[in-house]
Ligand binder design. Sequence first.
Ligand SMILES: NC(=O)c1ccc[n+]([C@@H]2O[C@H](COP(=O)([O-])OP(=O)(O)OC[C@H]3O[C@@H](n4cnc5c(N)ncnc54)[C@H](OP(=O)(O)O)[C@@H]3O)[C@@H](O)[C@H]2O)c1
Length: 339
Amino acid sequence: MQAKNRQWVLAARPDGLVKTTDFAWAEGPVPEPGPGEFLVRVHYLSLAPVMRRYMIDGAGIEKPLAFGDVMHGRGAGMVVKSNHPDFAVGDAVHGPMGWQDYKVLDGTRLTFKVRQRVAPLHTALGCLGITGFTAYIGLFDLCEPKPGQTVLVSGAAGGVGSIVGPLAKIAGCRVIGIAGGPEKCARLTSQLGYDAAIDYRNSDVAAEIAKAAPEGINIYFDNVGGPVTDAALGHLADKARVAVCGQISQYLATGELYGIRNFGQVLKKHARIEGFFVYLHADRFEEAETRMSQWVADGRLPILVDIKDGLEQMPAALRGLYLGENIGKQVVRVAPDPW
Ligand SMILES: NC(=O)c1ccc[n+]([C@@H]2O[C@H](COP(=O)([O-])OP(=O)(O)OC[C@H]3O[C@@H](n4cnc5c(N)ncnc54)[C@H](OP(=O)(O)O)[C@@H]3O)[C@@H](O)[C@H]2O)c1
């Protein structure tokens, strides 16, 4: 039987939380690569909070979508046909696949060969892909952790946060994670090596940070913004560093965004606060992949992944990110792992 290309296309712009009806299912023929192009069979697709913005305006990263366009998103897969000198049949790649089974690429636009074979291919979307590079660059390049320092991570059980914690442990730090709910908090300490966990949904975050870090926080890796970040800024140690990676608590806000009250602490504690966008640090990806592959192989970097099965699951999986349903990096398996 002829293979077909199943796709999710944009049907409506999200109003509040993403709904499954914001997407429509489509099917078409598998595309053919032209000169200088190659065809990828997608095995895994990534889910990321930024995707809701793709549905609205492209987030300044992707081309804004029209209704009927295939939803943007990164994926990992295998080259199955190639007219490209640098990408051969059998190469594993991660890149801008879109929510579909097959994608023709030309090797540009943040498409990378997967060089490591130490872990399943889904890690090319997790710790050994852009999510992991985000954790690596935000922690090591922006915050320069030193042994014995205290690192606080918000969104600690999510894709990025579940990698920052173990990396900070590798750097010899004491690590405190903030996540929603007792199950996630238990996983932080039992599976990811966090020294302490704070359940922001069921506790006074400021009081818990003060208890867990009486000397203050040397590094704060922020994935969520809002009141959690306010509480963190209230407990900075002298010369603290803050990496602003994400602000998920504010992504669905309508009207006024949360106003940080403790910003004065940045001055008082001589702190440095820096935002970053991972795609602008592509020259650091190779080092990040090499070092983190070694740490995965050595068993020092645990893999926490949340896999849903079937392309059909994509809309629900995206919605789940905003509801805190994922533990670890959320991916959808579109086809069986190739190795
Ligand atoms: N700067 C960059 O280049 C870059 C690159 C990648 C990602 N990011 C950002 O990094 C952050 C993490 O991304 P990710 O892909 O790893 O997503 P993720 O953390 O795996 O998924 C979202 C998680 O956010 C938490 N969350 C949802 N609503 C929240 C709220 N109102 N307050 C606090 N936490 C909330 C939920 O965990 P709980 O159950 O714990 O609430 C949920 O599981 C996002 O803000 C994303 O935009 C930035």
